[in-house]
Design a protein around this ligand. Structure first.
Ligand SMILES: [Cu+2]
Length: 171
């Protein structure tokens, strides 16, 4: 009994590895076409992308951009990811207070602006590799699963001191 069990484990492990291997190679074959399409969503473009680093390290940064929906239907932004940023939240500043926004609908032929004092992306857990003067990449995921990537210019808070005040906690 004991011997049989000892044999059974390595055998099962070997089998599942073989299964994984087969699965991986299947995926790889299908990948080239599958990944190209979602990177650009028809009719959607992103411009003026910026990531503002906080004046005090450890504080959140903020990302701003303009998203242009030249398509024929409403699109919904479901998530925003930024390379080098651990976590993002979309906020809307209303009357000096920031409120989280879960989903943003952009109607056809509309440009939506993420900007200081309005809709903006808060960037938490900023990586050390994010340096003013360089760029990072933002990926916007839409409710239908499509994605659009765009560069963000990284800037220090300094020149944008007023932005810091808008972002300041309201106490
Ligand atoms: Cu905010």
């Amino acid at each position: 009994m004991i011997n049989a069990r000892r044999f059974a484990l390595p055998l099962a492990a070997a089998l599942s590895l073989a299964a994984l291997g087969a699965c991986d190679s299947g995926k790889e074959a299908a990948k080239p076409e599958a990944t190209k399409a979602p990177e650009g969503k028809p009719g959607i473009s992103v411009a003026e992308g910026k990531l503002i680093l906080p004046a005090v390290s450890g504080n959140p940064g903020a990302a701003y951009f303009a998203l242009d929906n030249e398509g024929t239907g409403t699109v919904s932004i479901a998530a925003i990811a930024i390379d080098g940023v651990g976590k993002t939240e979309v906020h809307q500043t209303i009357g000096g207070q920031m409120k989280p926004v879960d989903r943003i609908d952009v109607e056809a032929k509309t440009v939506i602006k993420f900007e200081r004092g309005g809709l903006h992306v808060m960037a938490f857990e900023l990586g050390d590799q994010l340096k003013a003067g360089e760029t990072t990449e933002m990926t916007v995921t839409f409710a239908d699963g499509d994605k659009v990537s765009a560069p963000l210019k990284i800037e220090a808070m300094g020149a944008d001191a007023m932005g810091g005040m808008d972002h300041g906690e309201s106490h």
